[in-house]
Design a binder for this molecule. Structure first.
Ligand code: ATP
Ligand code: MG
Length: 426
């Protein structure tokens, strides 16, 4: 019987993983510049955490969670997103006691039982950030500017930053009533899901991808026109700060988010290049969440990026696999023994070196060196060994010259100086 992986859960293989490492290190670098520290939390939490934070009537909680009962009878869930877990840890360890401002980031797998398709999987990966303890619109603008800096850094420039405000518990209820009245007058035009949402989660109707629902809601009232004074000022200031640093954005008055905890500023990084899966990063403010989860009344804001979608977008801009600096092709037992020692010495000195393990012909060793894209090959046989030399072959032009084995490291480093990055492990 052959074993296969689970539908919608992917292996990330050599050749692809270099792009992931590139994205992760770019994120670490940019986030560190903005003062964010990494936090690592478990992939499983008590189900109650996600119910309470994401919201009972959201798609995630209603139908997408991987929930199971463990042997002790506790209902656990594989995390569908990172914010709830990070806030749980933030509260549990009283991070606010040590520092009134917490800037955190995380990266790792998330799990949602969705219909797998391009850019949508059941195990997917997010890189996310959270800033807790700051109300000031400057943190909103900083986080948005940081997101844009990340995208600039990785060389993706075709994305649009869209922003909106979802108001707060003061102004949203009145808006919600107006929206419900608007939707109730158009029930017949809405899809089955949205007809249900009109009472359970009416804002989500604005987010429905069905053509009928989109058409029916073209004239729907927008939260932006119903913000209270505080939310209106906050949003205006976010925009002022974004303008001041030249971060481009578009206001999307229809944008809502699929999680209940969002307040005020919400945003998405949107691409036209991934079909229906157009959001690459998404986030917003969650001023009530820490309190709701039993912590102090602290505001927060954050976002999460989908790593699979980032990697898809990078496409052929993806990072090349690392090639070795040198391949040692050895003929005969003694030369093979020496090749092993040379490899070991050069690795200790920081160069990636490969050898053949199968005692194959020179021709097939050269083929392997070529496949690994080694720029240099050292060829040694019994005769070379006796003289303490080897033939150094330059794969680019097939030229060859004799080198002393005692100077091998220095020679290879000198030859590679003009070369970009081969063999140098990060
Ligand atoms: P979508 O509207 O595409 O379903 P979402 O609103 O559910 O996205 P969030 O919960 O805001 O997404 O997650 C943030 C990011 O995580 C998304 O913008 C996307 O890049 C990524 N993401 C979410 N769900 C998946 C998934 N099932 N597979 C791959 N990436 C995902
Ligand atoms: Mg979703």
């Amino acid at each position: 019987m052959s074993m296969t992986g689970i539908k919608g859960m992917n292996d990330i293989l050599p050749g692809e993983v270099e792009t992931w490492q590139f994205l992760e290190s770019a994120a670490r670098r940019v986030f560190a510049l903005h003062g964010f520290s990494e936090i690592r939390v478990p992939v499983v939490e008590k189900t109650e955490l996600f119910r309470r934070s994401i919201g009972e009537t959201t798609d995630i909680v209603e139908k997408e969670m991987y929930t199971f009962v463990d042997k002790g009878g506790t209902s656990l869930t594989l995390r569908p997103e990172g914010t709830a877990s990070v806030m749980r840890a933030f509260i549990e360890h009283k991070l606010y006691a040590a520092d009134p401002v917490a800037k955190l980031y995380y990266m790792g797998p998330m799990f949602r039982y969705e219909r797998p398709q391009k850019g949508r999987y059941r195990q997917f990966h997010q890189i996310g950030v959270e800033a807790v303890g700051v109300d000031d619109p400057r943190i909103d603008a900083q986080i948005l500017a940081m997101l844009c800096q990340f995208f600039d850094d990785i060389g993706l420039d075709e994305l649009e930053l869209q922003i909106n405000s979802l108001g707060c518990p003061e102004c949203r209820p009145a808006y919600r009533r107006q929206l419900v009245a608007f939707l109730e007058a158009r029930l017949g035009e809405l899809c089955d899901d949205c007809r249900r949402r009109v009472t359970s989660n009416p804002l989500r109707v604005l987010d429905c991808k069905a053509a009928g629902c989109r058409e029916a809601t073209v004239e729907a009232p927008a939260m932006l026109d119903h913000l209270c004074g505080g939310c209106d000022d906050h949003f205006a200031e976010v925009r002022t700060h974004l303008d001041a640093v030249g971060t481009p954005y578009a206001v999307n008055r229809r944008m809502v988010r699929g999680l209940d905890y969002y307040t005020r500023t919400t945003f998405e990084m949107v691409t036209a290049n991934l079909g229906a899966q157009n959001a690459v990063a998404a986030g917003g403010r969650y001023d009530g969440l820490v309190r709701e989860l039993g912590g102090p009344a602290l505001p927060g804001i954050g976002f999460a990026m989908g790593v699979e979608r980032l990697a898809l977008l990078l496409g052929d801009k993806r990072q090349a696999r690392q090639s070795p600096a040198l391949f040692v092709a050895a003929l005969g037992d003694a030369a093979q023994g020496r090749a092993f020692v040379l490899m070991h010495q050069m690795q200790r000195q920081g160069l990636r070196v490969e050898i053949d393990y199968q005692g194959r012909s020179l021709k097939s060793q050269m083929r392997r060196a070529d496949k690994l894209a080694a720029p240099l090959v050292l060829i040694i046989g019994e005769d070379e060994l006796a003289r303490g030399v080897g033939q150094l072959r330059f794969m680019a032009d097939s030229s060859q010259r004799e080198v002393a084995l005692v100077e091998l490291y220095e020679t290879v480093v000198a030859e590679l100086a003009g070369w970009s990055g081969a063999g140098q492990c990060p």
